[in-house]
Structure formats: structure tokens, C-alpha cells
Write a protein that binds this ligand. Sequence first.
Ligand code: FES
Length: 245
Amino acid sequence: MKKRLSLKLLIWRQKSNTTDGNFKEYIMKGLSPDLSILEVLDQLNEKLIINGDRPINYDHDCREGICGSCGFLVNGLAHGPKSATTICQLYLRHFKDNDTLVLEPWRVKAFKVIQDLSVNRSSLDRLIASGGYVSCQTEEIPDANKYLISPSKAFTSFQSATCIGCGACIASCRNASANLFVAAKLAHLGQLPQGKDGRSNRAKLMNKQMREEGFGSCSNNLDCEAVCPKEISADWISWMNNDYL
Ligand code: FES
């Protein structure tokens, strides 16, 4: 049988964005190393509810690393210490018995705390909306060879499209810059023939919205790239700046 773990959790508790928050300590014992951090929080919430306490609020949906809903800081690192991993895919086997885990929400001005570990990331939705839309005909199924796209372009476009919009890049940037997020969105559309129309205008509009939402500017520290669970390259920021200029 696998060795069970005990953890000390220091979790940020905050009722709303108009109240102050603080860290609260919870001890969890007899945990299977196969549990994810979210599953530990599920177990903790069951205990809190049974005791009549308010459960911990945190975002999640797919729990498979694809939706981008989950995300908070574990010991100061976005999505925790394991690279290329979302918080829902971070398992206790990556920690040691009696470890202390400090869980806190993304600390970004443009992401107001909703409650506890959950923040409002609707600024990212507005960023995407600011870029407008790409129109295409929806009549008959188009001929597969109508738009010729090289395999390398299809590959790099798909790579940038893997951004799940979790906000880890922004939460890890000392300037709270959204450049990697915006660059990924621009690059997956702008490399394909369907998205070529309005490509540089899209870059201008999204950059304007970035400033309006209060995101900072990029100073090339590359912390965004280091924490991206989808390993999106910061090279796309240069690509975006090229379009912008
Ligand atoms: S819950 Fe969907 S990526 Fe984590």
C-alpha cells in the first residue's frame, strides 16, 4: 500500500473583494498520494460543511488540464512547483509527507478576488472580444484544399491555440502583463489565411484593451513562459509586437 501523507495547508480565506482576507491553517491527514490538490480541497470542504463552516471557494471544471478554470498559487508558484501542469493535474505524489502548502489566489489588480482562491478573470474575455471576430461562410462543407496551409503553419498555429486562458502567465509576471495571453490569441488566428484579414488591427485593438484593463507592460523576464501549463513560447510576444508595429 502506498504511504499516506499529512499536509499543513495555509489557505487564503476572503469572503469578498470588499473584505480583508487572511491565511487559515488546516491539517489534512491520511491523504493518498494519488489525490490532486483539488481533491484535497474537496475533502477539506466536506469536513468544513459537516462542521457548519463556510467551504473554500476555488474554480474548476474539466479537471483534465484543458478548460483553464482552475488556478491559484501554491507556495508562491502559479499552478505549483511542477512545470507544464495545471492545478487540477497537480498530485500529492509531487510533495513530501508533512509539507506545508500555502494556497492563495492570483495576485493581479485586473483579477479581483471573488472569494478565497477564486478570482474574476472576465478581463480576459473582454480582451478576446476586443479583437473582434473572424467571419467565414457556413454553407456547404468547404473543399479541404480551398485554403492551403503548410503543415508547419498548422502546427505553430495549433501550438499557440493551446492557451487555456488560466491567467498563470499574468499572475507570475512582476508587471502583471497579459502579453503572452494576447500574443497566443493573436498568433493562432493570424497565422492562418482565415485570420489574416484585420490581423494588425486586431493586435492594436487587443493591446489597447490590455492597457484599459490595467495589465502592465512586458519587460522580457519570461516568468510567463516558465509557468505556462501549455508551454506557450514567449517568442509569440515578439511576433505580436511585429504585427503591432
Ligand atoms: S479544471 Fe480545467 S484546466 Fe483545471
